[in-house]
Design a protein around this ligand. Sequence first.
Ligand SMILES: *Cc1c(COP(=O)(O)O)cnc(C)c1O
Length: 403
Amino acid sequence: MDYARFFEEQVSGLKAEGRYRVFTEIMRRVSRFPEAAYYTQRGTRDIVVWCSNDYLGMGQHPTVLAAMHEAIDLCGAGAGGTRNISGNNRFHVLLEQELASLHGTEAALLFTSGYTANMTTLMTLGASIPGCTIFSDSQNHNSMIEGIRHSRAPRMVFRHNDVAHLEELLAQAPVNAPKLIAFESVYSMDGDIAPIEKICDVAEKYNAMTFLDEVHAVGMYGAHGGGVSERDGQSHRITFIQGTLAKAIGVHGGYVAGSRAAVDFIRSFGQGFIFSSSMPPAVAAGARASIQYLKQHNELRDRHQERAETLRQKLAAAGLPAIVTKSHIVPVLVGDAARCKQASDLLLDEHGIYIQPINYPTVPRGSERLRITPTPLHTDAQMDDLVGSLLAVWAKLDLKMSA
Ligand SMILES: *Cc1c(COP(=O)(O)O)cnc(C)c1O
């Protein structure tokens, strides 16, 4: 076999479809977020980032940076091992306590990423609980899908956020069979929110466990940033709350939180946890400082929601096809992969505005979009500039305006 040719052919298929991924090289600047420098072949230029998952700008917060500097000076760079073999630093333990406190759970367990937290926890549960069936929302993130797939447990997919369909499927499984419902709170591409209370109701009725991915909600919802489960008063009903430290928390890593017994089980059997070196202590220290700050600063969450709502109104007033959501995510529909990429390129090259195109398989074909994530640090002037630039690009490419 001609391996090189195989690789090239596969990739050129993506190029023909217009969904070959080109990474935009930027330099984030402390104290200037959401501004950044963009590296092009013709030198660098200043841009405004409108697609960051550093949703609250905590990645540059002085409190977080100070905690990280301090921890580096104290402990050095790496953790030096897995949690079991010399890599269980004091900062990991403190961060897990902080996470358990954030979610009101007995315990929490750190992973090197949110992806690994999902993959390892779902894989471990599905593979080790005899006869367990996993009920999975049709729009679950790839990390959950892969965890479920690798667990080899039987899987039933329910229609997105459709509790009646979920119940129909639960009723089909044997009454005494173990069951696990896997879903997210805020879905990151459409920005819609799961009916957590109703899902917990059917979970209890059918004695099913619940696994909730709060990656796009932690830090941003609830009185202390404990996610939509905190906002809705449902945290105590969730078996596993999963989150990331790399988005609104602004640093890196992932975790699950739950009862002492449930977390201890994953700690003891989860291979993606056991066999991977723990995160650098300074990363843990930074994440902890960020969570502690966010717990006490509701005004940042209010400002975040206000910014998203203001942008939605500005886009709607301009006739741009923004999807209406009840979250901080503002998607604008393009509906074609190649044109979505073109729109993104034009925004960056001609307007200094960075919004990565979102194409299949991240979203279904025909719903390609620009996914905008306004933060508390985006100003009105930056928003007006964004709207004007979008209008210019929409006119140039003859894209569809809102109905
Ligand atoms: C980003 C993301 C993850 C993975 O988290 P990382 O910490 O980036 O690995 C998991 N679930 C969802 C829904 C995500 O969007």
